[in-house]
Design a protein around this ligand. Sequence first.
Ligand SMILES: [Zn+2]
Length: 102
Amino acid sequence: MLGATYGMQRRITKAQQRYADQLGVEVAVVKKRSKEKRNRKIPASTRKAVLNRDDHSCVRCGQKSELTIDHIFPFSKGGGHELENLRVLCKSCNELKSDALF
Ligand SMILES: [Zn+2]
């Protein structure tokens, strides 16, 4: 994409930057994606790759049922569908996450 980073230095707030740092997410990736069309749906091939990588089990508790794909850096805050920003969580761990960041 031409000029992907031009004029985008202010797309991410300091708080978001800190949050990304805590989580170890590459902000450069987040910035790059934020200009692209926001499509909440994770591509099937990506979901499959994340499930394979995380051994089809919740990365927190190891449960193998009711699995969801979670955005480590929230999609609503500019996180993309890159493999490194996605992980497998079971439904209950994912629900816990919406209240407390971990
Ligand atoms: Zn779990």
